[in-house]
Ligand binder design. Sequence first.
Ligand SMILES: [Fe+2]
Length: 253
Amino acid sequence: MSKIGLISDVHSNWDALSVALDKLKSEENVDELFLSGDLIGYGPDPNKCVDAIREASAVAVKGNHDAGLVGDLEIGFFNQWGIDAINWTRDNIADPNFNFIADMPETRFFSDKRISLLHGSSVAPLTKYILRKVDAYNSYQAREEDFFLQVYGHTHLPALYEIEDDDVNEHRMFSPEEFEFNRDNHYLVNPGSVGQPRDGNWKTSFAVLELDDNETPRKVKFFREEYPAEKVRQKIIDEGLPKELGDRLLEGR
Ligand SMILES: [Fe+2]
């Protein structure tokens, strides 16, 4: 049996990431960390966040903000807050951390290709959102490899979709609940956003995936933890980033 910590959409929020990592490493004793994109953007601490992900040897893929930073995605894709934050990040990120982000692939596969890791959807790994059952179904249909489980992010909403023959079930049972996978079906899991949750709950969001001895995913458990969001809001303002990016952290929107 092994355990993988699932994190996504950190968005340079070090105070949230440190709480999540502490829980995953010290209490959950995860063996590995998967990051499904958007390590930077919006928040005030890109270097601390990239340093921590590098030190943890996390397995990471690019999100749209990571791609925007390094020039893989046109800046016109983003709204003004996103553009301001990407430009600020480019001025403030250390070269080795920029290079680490530039080197992150868009899609990765594990456990004999039974697990797929990407930011958006198989339809378009950097940009397409999985917001509804039909999006989950399309991502499964567009898959490159016949995955059992796809781990994704991008929406900043924790989610669990189950593909059962041609039907899609959406499971809503988050934090601190766990879900056991059925071997006959296929799944898409979003651990939610570490650094900018948007489901109306301001607490940092992440998950733990348990694999059996054959490296087959067995179950997933979702977590929400408090972190000093007001402190991060103040840092955002002090750095001259758009104030709204701080305000939204307090509401989880
Ligand atoms: Fe994001």
